[in-house]
Design a protein around this ligand. Structure first.
Ligand SMILES: [Zn+2]
Length: 284
């Protein structure tokens, strides 16, 4: 009996718009017992339980398209669309992308089947490359989501190798994710960048929590990973996070249509933030 495969290489070759290399993208096969969905975490992350046949499966390794030659990276719908000015910038960035993981992941290779290292690097390169992307394709949202997913994959790496400090790397991505999710909310309020045209706001691949998910994560990541060394600044940031979370928990718009999971998580978070503000003893 032929061994069941987990992924396949796309038939169609892709052209890198930055360095013109041709390559194929690895895609995940679904069905056939490959995916064994487990719990949803407080970060709206779906855990997959390893199976005997396929072992651990990480669907998050595959969404970002990465050129194996120059490490230009983007989500598939954005990959080919770059203007000449951006092409020059992304070309300039090649050396930096090549160096970025030389010490942490010396065997990085996007020609072969992706592992956790390639997964983390794919999101990190995407964060870097979206820096020069136009507002129209909501780069801050894509940077936010990519940082969060990179953090999750770092924690998977940490579970596999506990002595390599991948949990530290996860913290770095979590803090960046907190920063970017905050920016997304801010930019949306100012009308400077909209996520309206993005059909799936994740943050993970299965459920779409829409803009409520963005609001929740902005608050949650600040609460969980924000700085705590300066209590007054912490209080300001918590108040800001509480206001953001309040937008989900039934201000104005009816909350009937919203998924219970996000409402419950948002209510819990709102309570936790209130408790910490009370403890800080700064007028709330
Ligand atoms: Zn390239």
């Amino acid at each position: 009996m032929a061994e069941k495969k987990l992924t396949f290489m796309s038939k169609q070759e892709l052209d890198c718009p930055v360095c013109e290399a041709k390559f194929r993208k690895e895609e995940l096969l679904s069905g056939g017992g490959r995916m064994n969905a487990g719990d949803l975490t407080k970060e709206l992350h779906r855990i997959y339980i390893p199976t005997n046949k396929f072992g651990a499966v990480y669907p998050l390794l595959y969404p970002v398209t990465v050129c194996p030659s120059c490490y230009y990276a983007a989500y598939p719908s954005d990959f080919s669309q770059i203007g000449s000015e951006r092409k020059a910038l992304l070309n300039k960035g090649i050396a930096g992308r090549k160096l970025a993981f030389r010490e942490i992941f010396p065997d990085l290779d996007f020609q072969k089947s992706r592992g956790l290292a390639e997964g983390v690097a794919s999101y990190s390169f995407a964060v870097d490359c979206y820096e020069s992307a136009p507002q129209l394709i909501a780069p801050h949202f894509k940077q936010a989501q990519s940082c969060l997913r990179a953090a999750w994959l770092c924690m998977n790496l940490h579970q596999e190798e506990k002595t390599e400090n991948y949990d530290y790397l996860a913290q770095v991505f979590y803090r960046k994710a907190a920063f970017f999710y905050n920016r997304v909310v801010e930019l949306e309020q100012k009308g400077e960048e909209s996520v309206e045209n993005i059909s799936h706001l994740g943050p993970d691949l299965d459920n779409n929590y829409g803009f409520d998910g963005v609001l929740y994560l902005s608050g949650y990541l600040e609460y969980k990973y924000g700085q705590r060394s300066n209590p007054e600044r912490r209080a300001r940031q918590l108040k800001n996070a509480r206001a953001t979370v309040s937008r989900i928990v039934g201000m104005g718009k009816s909350s009937k249509s919203k998924p219970t999971a996000i409402l419950e998580l948002a209510r819990d978070l709102h309570k936790l933030i209130k408790e910490e503000l009370d403890e800080l003893g700064i007028d709330t």
